[in-house]
Design a protein around this ligand. Structure first.
Ligand SMILES: Cc1cc2nc3c(=O)[nH]c(=O)nc-3n(C[C@H](O)[C@H](O)[C@H](O)COP(=O)(O)O)c2cc1C
Length: 418
């Protein structure tokens, strides 16, 4: 075939004409004009990555980086995400998947979706609607929400924002046990049914972005933050015209993130403390931040009802094990005595489906809902949860299974690294 043969003129093959007006009017279906800016922004977001982009534009740099960043070279986080990206599903076809149930029993209660919302500190800094908004969305959807010890809303106010919902409390133990005991009692009185003890924080990880940005909590007014204020006036306006940003559940003066964390965390925490907590906490106990099979065994021996395989979203030890890869061996070791949860790096519903297929009872998500919160407050959190829910349901259907409970290790494999 010669070059001339390939170079056929368009006109030789296609007869052109003028379009008729009726044809054009049928095509022109203008989208309804949405007056509310938040609504308009959120409508266009089809993925957690889209919410992240909006969040980046809507919040001051230091706040966005505090959420988005991780420790040191951020390798723990990157590797966790890479592991999800390397997954390969094995679908089955010709099954009736017209109706699927993505729900899951988590620590004795049904959750409508196979994930819970992870504890995140300083949540009202991300958006003034803060923890109340996140807890209310979780309650409406029917999934658990975890309030952090470093939260900016009280234990009681969060419970009141999600009546009938399932609220969990995340505990840091610090040198003086008395305030921790007090918090545990308040969580019992307010009806929290599950306690997560975080154990991957003997000291703060090195969050370099926070150091570079000079982030303090509450944010301090400096020349840099003043300039930033001009770029994000709505954020500063909301910060300054709502309840002052403070740790709602503990007496702590402000400072840099590392200073605050190091003041709270107890580097002398041991297994005896897990046993002590087991003795005073009547509900379900989850140990958060487990990163080896041996430790999973030890905390289950000490009375934990579940282990959360997590490296804190890559915010503590860099080059930590990839939590997802620990799921199969930890399920093998303790799965008959305890539930196994996993977090770190989840940005898509398919990540959660894969985690469950590998044996996790459920996943927890942190940044995914925070991006939604920063992008649009409560409505942004709704959007984040809806995006993940739709992705989970679609993935189950494409896999040819009718419920999350049907997922098995055969549905997924971790492709070896290239
Ligand atoms: C902004 C932010 C604040 C966090 N604060 C806490 C906290 O106060 N206590 C805690 O146990 N974990 C905290 N975490 C870790 C999360 O609970 C969770 O382990 C992590 O976000 C999971 O990774 P992902 O963000 O990639 O989903 C925080 C995470 C982020 C992103």
């Amino acid at each position: 075939m010669t070059k001339d043969h390939l170079n056929v003129q368009d006109g030789a093959m296609v007869q052109r004409r003028m379009p008729r007006v009726e044809e054009l009017s049928r095509l022109l279906r203008p989208a309804p004009i949405v007056g509310d800016g938040t609504e308009r922004r959120l409508r266009r977001a089809a993925s957690i990555a889209d919410l992240r982009s909006i969040a980046r534009r809507r919040t001051p740099r230091a706040v966005f980086d505090y959420v988005d960043g991780a420790a040191d070279g951020e390798l723990s986080l990157r590797r966790a995400r890479d592991a999800f990206a390397r997954l390969e599903f094995t679908p089955t076809v010709l099954r009736d998947v017209s109706s699927v149930d993505p729900g899951r029993d988590i620590l004795g209660r049904r959750s409508t979706l196979p994930f819970a919302l992870a504890p995140t500190g300083f949540t009202r800094m991300m958006h003034h609607e803060g923890e109340r908004a996140v807890a209310a969305v979780a309650q409406q959807v029917g999934i658990p929400y975890t309030l952090s010890t470093m939260g900016t809303t009280t234990i009681e106010d969060v419970a009141a924002a999600a009546p009938g919902g399932r609220t969990w409390f995340q505990l840091y133990l610090w040198r003086d046990r008395a305030p921790a005991k007090d918090l545990v009692q308040r969580a019992v009185d307010a009806g929290y049914d599950t306690l997560l003890l975080t154990v991957d924080t003997p000291v703060s990880g090195a969050r370099l972005r926070d150091v570079h940005n000079g982030l303090t909590i509450p944010p301090a007014l400096s020349l840099r933050t003043f300039v930033d204020g001009a770029l994000h006036p709505h954020w500063w306006f909301n910060l300054l015209t709502t309840d002052p940003l403070r740790f709602a559940n503990l007496e702590l003066a402000g400072g840099t993130v590392a200073e605050l964390i190091n003041r709270v965390f107890d580097p002398a925490l041991t297994m005896a403390d897990v046993e002590w907590l087991r003795g005073i906490w009547p509900g379900k106990l989850v140990i958060k931040g487990i990163q080896s099979v041996d430790d999973a065994r030890r905390v289950v021996d000490a009375g934990a009802d579940a282990v959360l395989l997590s490296n804190h979203g890559g915010r503590q030890l860099d080059r930590a094990p990839v939590p997802l890869e620990l799921v199969p061996p930890v399920v093998d070791a303790v799965g008959d005595r305890a539930e196994v949860f996993v977090d770190t790096g989840i940005t898509h519903g398919a990540d959660i489906v894969a985690a469950v297929a590998l044996g996790a009872r459920a996943a927890l998500v942190g940044r995914a809902y925070l991006y939604g919160l920063m992008a649009g407050g409560r409505r942004g959190v709704v959007q984040a949860v809806e995006i993940l829910a739709a992705e989970i349901v679609r993935t189950l259907q494409l896999l040819g299974v009718t419920s999350a409970d049907e997922l098995r290790p055969a549905h997924v494999r971790l492709r070896p690294q290239a």
